[in-house]
Design a protein around this ligand. Structure first.
Ligand code: NAP
Length: 320
């Protein structure tokens, strides 16, 4: 039985974590092309932090908005889709939590095109740590960097959920992995990599044999990362942890070394095939998605506070 009302986080303006509350709101009504998902768990993301603290002011954000760009759960109402009631699904991106209501709620009405049936033995919390983080790591490594087992991968900005996921996937494939952190005290958290390196901001010339680089610090260090890979190597700019979002005055002729390739990954376009490939890879390599901390939904404010204040390491998951 679907209730008439549900608990949800509803934002209208920039909101500090301490001020985030659960509100009673109507459960959304299914409509053609959209399915109602009973949310079982969801992961927190850096991009939701940006939305909550500042981006919410932008005209393109539908307000009031229930944030949350991903979730896992069960189909509560399949509407006119081919989904079955009770089917296990993951959903992510495509405007979720930005241009339509997201996952910080007991139910989410989502476009069927961004909801994916998933077969997995993982718990809800483990499953919730995967969709956005592993989809982004997977796309960056395999679609963009064309990673193979003989590659040496540099993960710049390794101590984030995405970094830990990328390291775990690349190691499972058999690559040599070098990972960096801007906090020396966090070097120990990169133990799954073959080499953990403190990031001084200038790493060019420190390595030999790096064939692929995943840039998670972003434009702040991109110029230097381009000089860390060998000729024929590829750099994928996926993160913006450094707080710089675009490069003014970037001179591709002089700043991309000859024979080095630059690409970027945007996680807005997940597909059923890729989601199946990811969960099947996790299963066959016996990988569990990394979890930093798990909070109950009632403690969402605390979970967001801990994310804002870097109190946890790795993916933060909220369970219902
Ligand atoms: N391109 C895409 O489609 C896409 C998709 C998903 C995520 N992303 C991006 O990928 C990055 C990682 O996302 P996430 O969700 O995995 O983040 P996250 O787990 O929330 O990571 C945030 C943590 O990264 C750490 N960090 C590591 N290196 C840093 C640095 N150089 N500067 C600042 N903080 C640093 C910070 O902790 P410490 O400072 O304590 O180390 C911070 O707590 C973010 O920039 C996110 O926006 C991009």
């Amino acid at each position: 039985m679907i209730p008439k009302t549900m608990k949800a986080v509803v934002l209208t303006k920039p909101t500090q974590a301490e001020n985030v509350r659960l509100h009673d709101v109507p459960v959304p009504q299914p409509r053609p092309g959209w399915v109602l998902v009973k949310v079982k768990a969801f992961g927190l993301n850096h991009s939701e932090q940006l939305l909550r603290l500042s981006e919410i002011q932008a005209d393109y954000i539908q307000k009031p908005i229930i944030p949350g760009i991903e979730c896992v759960g069960e189909i509560a109402d399949p509407s006119d889709s081919s989904f079955q009631k009770g089917q296990k699904v993951a959903a992510l991106m495509g405007g979720m939590g930005r241009s339509f209501t997201g996952s910080y709620a007991q139910y989410a009405l989502l476009p069927a095109s961004h909801v994916f049936p998933i077969e997995t033995e993982l718990s809800w919390a483990e499953m919730a740590a995967a969709p956005e983080t592993y989809f982004t790591a997977w796309g960056s490594l395999f679609e963009c960097l064309q990673l193979g087992k003989d590659d040496t991968l540099l993960v710049r900005g390794g101590t984030c959920a995405l970094g830990y996921a990328a390291i775990r996937l690349a190691k499972a494939l058999g690559c040599r992995v070098i990972a960096t952190t801007h906090r020396e005290q966090k070097l120990g958290l990169l133990k799954e990599a073959d080499q953990a390196v403190p990031d001084t901001g200038k790493l060019a010339g420190s390595f030999s044999g790096v064939t692929k680089a995943l840039e998670l610090v972003g434009p702040k260090t991109l110029r230097d990362t381009l000089r860390c890979v060998e000729k024929g190597g590829i750099v994928c700019s996926t993160g913006i942890l450094g707080g710089v979002y675009a490069l003014n005055g970037f001179d591709p002729i002089k700043e991309i070394p000859n024979g080095v390739y630059l690409t970027g990954f945007f996680s807005n376009y997940p597909t059923q095939q890729t989601m199946e490939d990811i969960f099947s890879f996790l299963r066959s390599h016996q990988i569990k998605p990394n979890i930093g901390a798990v909070y109950p939904f009632e403690a969402i404010s605390e979970a967001l506070f801990d994310m804002d204040h870097h109190k946890t390491d790795g993916k933060i998951v909220v369970t219902m």
